[in-house]
Ligand binder design. Sequence first.
Ligand SMILES: Cc1cc2nc3c(=O)[nH]c(=O)nc-3n(C[C@H](O)[C@H](O)[C@H](O)COP(=O)(O)OP(=O)(O)OC[C@H]3O[C@@H](n4cnc5c(N)ncnc54)[C@H](O)[C@@H]3O)c2cc1C
Length: 381
Amino acid sequence: MLTFDAVVIGSGPSGGMAAYEMAKAGLKVAILEKETLPRYKTCGGGLVFRGRAMLPFDLHEAIEKEYSLIHIYFKHLENPFVSKRDFPIISMVMRDKLDQLICGEAIKSGATLLENQALQKIDFQDEILLHTGSQTLRTRYVVAADGALGPTAKLAGWKETRKLIPALEYETEVHAQDFERLSKEARFDIDAIPHGYAWCFPKAKHLSIGVATFKKERINLRDHYQQYIKKLGIQQIVSEQAHGFQIPVGFRTEKLANRNTFLTGDAAGLADPLTAEGITNGIHSGILAGKAISQHFDNPQKAESTYLSSLEERILPELRFNGMLSGFFYSYGKIRNYLVNKEGQKFCEVLTDLFTGKINLNEELKLKAIRKMGLGKLMKF
Ligand SMILES: Cc1cc2nc3c(=O)[nH]c(=O)nc-3n(C[C@H](O)[C@H](O)[C@H](O)COP(=O)(O)OP(=O)(O)OC[C@H]3O[C@@H](n4cnc5c(N)ncnc54)[C@H](O)[C@@H]3O)c2cc1C
């Protein structure tokens, strides 16, 4: 039986980075992946600067386009709000390449990739036994990084408490004139779909176009995609491939590490409830889980508490806050539009600062709370 210090289930950004951290620290690590890499992953492939900056290696091979401007359109306004920075706010990737690149770095650091093998069952004994259809692996730690629909959390005893929203992504090839026109910007169209937004993210030779709604309701995503294609003024589609998937925009209510099993990324439910952006928190939580396990390998309780408290430093408070904001933003369109008419550019700048990581929302919230309590002067800010 193959034996490892840690087995990571899933080779997305969460899994790749958890494996990278642990392998770099000298642990014997495997990544168990049900597909064969490189594999397609349904995703807009918009990697925001905050996530990109967390990756400690060169990403050039995986980046198809970069945008230092973002365009945010609101349905009720003719012109978009535009934010500009002097570095790429958003980098466009195809996830097969990005995920393979990250896993490649984990492998270079010593991790083993076991492809084409799906986790099917877990037995918790003195150590953990992981059963795939063809073999059993023995391990001390498990990192669940198997995405929105992976089985690890359920097999390990977690209930389903995430909020999952439906999203539809098309990889769309259009004629040269339309491609040239639309690839000038990375655009978000708020309200292009009820309670949600549409996006058009240009890749090297095609457009990733998608729609997501943040309210759980029956909705025909295909119709909204078709309407969005018209709005974009696309004359003719050369080819298109549709991919539907779920995005977990509300994290699990039970603690995210238990019985030597650590939930990361979409398996934990860490995509952002305002933007549905999940690569960054996937990378970040993978790093945190990998570090906690490596640093406290001989003390699983300490490893778990370290992971849980590191998630509370930034990721979870931000998700809680953005969860509340999202409820307002997508459900109270009239009041929101009134505010957008007055302060839309400011909103766009704040969103950009969140994408780039300039604003640490948790720190901002703490500071505001301290100021509110009248302690600002005392604490010198
Ligand atoms: C339509 C759509 C558009 C999106 N656009 C963006 C965007 O533009 N920017 C952004 O930041 N985020 C976006 N997201 C969210 C983003 O894709 C996810 O948040 C991110 O992929 C989470 O990474 P992960 O590593 O946690 O999981 P994943 O990337 O989902 O990786 C999970 C891996 O686990 C494997 N796996 C599953 N089950 C098993 C099993 N039983 N055994 C072994 N392996 C298994 C899968 O094959 C997969 O490789 C989008 C999501 C959707 C659905």
